[in-house]
Design a protein around this ligand. Structure first.
Ligand code: HEM
Length: 336
């Protein structure tokens, strides 16, 4: 913008309407289009027709807002109008055929192969140049029909073709030859069928589930044992490590209220607190109570690190009867 225009606008008297010196609104270069201003005051009596044109203003409004009027009468160019009634009464259009698609002179129609003869077009009002009739398509002749009905005869039903349907009992029969697959749970070799009473509650807790795994009572998962084991509690039941003779190990077999001790590779553990946490079941673990359980342990799960799992339950070391009597007064810690 030329700076002079801005200077002129800035130095203009205050009575001039505020605004830039030029019109930023989009220009309407079409002189035929009527200029319409939306009435600001909704309570105004001025009416607008469906085209948005101001129709009449019977009484002069005191408002100073300029009202839009059609410029067409001044220019002498009439605004074309139509009514719905006129359109409906036009029979001429109804008699016209529906518009063809694709368009009669379109490239799509020209390039499409014509199979059937074109339908005779009624003379329409569309200025369409007459098209040349499409060339006759050169189609392959249909394949010769096979002799007879054209269908293959159904296969003959011969008794040797029929497979005998196995009965449910046959389908589920275990093969008589070869090794029998082991699908069941771990066999329970405990004397009372795996249901051993809990030493604290007296209730049977071991119940193998469908997968053969022992259902541990709530709060007795391996993680729960890990938490209890790391809690710092003394789980051994003895004040200090002791020498355990075989007689003492045998005595503490977990029955009649006695603690369950078990030795593994020379160390004696108090397995009583671990019984309800044992994933293999309390009954299985009890089988090693009061004796050395190394052999049983290694038969089942040699990968299990029992020493780290039971380190807080260590009672002492397994010694001979004579060693134990010689050191009956002292403890292992005093000897060390
Ligand atoms: C005090 C020592 C023992 C500890 C720390 C211990 C620990 C474990 C652990 C952690 C498992 C789960 C193993 C796994 O899922 O891979 C387990 C399973 C088992 N344990 Fe022990 N166990 C001990 C002693 C025994 C003994 C002496 C027996 C047998 C007389 C036994 C029999 C079993 C059985 C049958 C299973 C189930 C195996 C399975 O589900 O496949 N456990 N034990």
């Amino acid at each position: 913008h030329p700076p002079s225009a801005w200077i002129a606008w800035l130095s203009a008297p205050k009575t001039l309407p505020r605004g830039p010196p030029h019109d930023n609104s989009p220009r309407d270069d079409n002189p035929e289009r009527p200029v319409v201003a939306k009435p600001k005051d909704t309570e105004s009596e001025d009416q607008t027709d469906v085209r948005g044109l101001a129709t009449s203003s019977p009484t002069p409004s005191p408002q100073t807002t300029p009202k839009a009027i059609s410029r067409s009468p001044q220019n002498g160019i009439p605004i074309p109008t139509f009514t719905l009634a006129d359109h409906e009464s036009s029979d001429e259009e109804d008699r016209l055929p529906p518009p063809s698609f694709p368009s009669l002179n379109s490239a799509q129609r020209a390039s499409a192969p014509r199979i059937a003869a074109p339908v005779a077009q009624k003379p329409s009002l569309m200025a369409t140049p007459p098209m040349a009739p499409p060339p006759k398509p050169s189609m392959m002749p249909p394949p010769p029909r096979p002799a007879g009905s054209g269908l293959m005869p159904p296969p003959r039903i011969v008794p040797s073709n029929l497979r005998s349907l196995s009965t449910p009992s046959q389908a589920l029969r275990v093969p008589t030859k070869g090794p029998v697959p082991i699908r069941g749970p771990v066999p329970d070799r405990s004397p009372n069928g795996g249901l051993s009473p809990n030493p604290t509650t007296g209730l049977a807790v071991k119940t193998p589930n469908a997968r053969g795994k022992v259902l541990l009572s709530p709060g007795h998962s391996p993680l729960d044992w890990a938490n209890l084991h790391q809690s710092g509690q003394n789980l051994s039941g003895v004040a200090s490590l002791i020498r355990v003779p075989p007689s003492l190990l045998k005595h503490n077999n977990g029955r009649k209220g006695k603690p369950a001790w078990s030795s593994y590779q020379g160390k004696v553990y108090n397995i009583t607190p671990y019984l309800p946490f044992h994933p293999g079941g309390e009954g299985e673990l009890r089988r090693a109570a009061g004796k050395d359980g190394t052999k049983l342990f290694m038969e089942v799960h040699p990968w299990v690190n029992w020493d780290s799992m039971l380190s807080q339950t260590v009672v002492g070391i397994l010694v001979s009867e004579t060693q134990a009597s010689q050191q009956a007064e002292g403890s292992l810690e005093e000897m060390d």
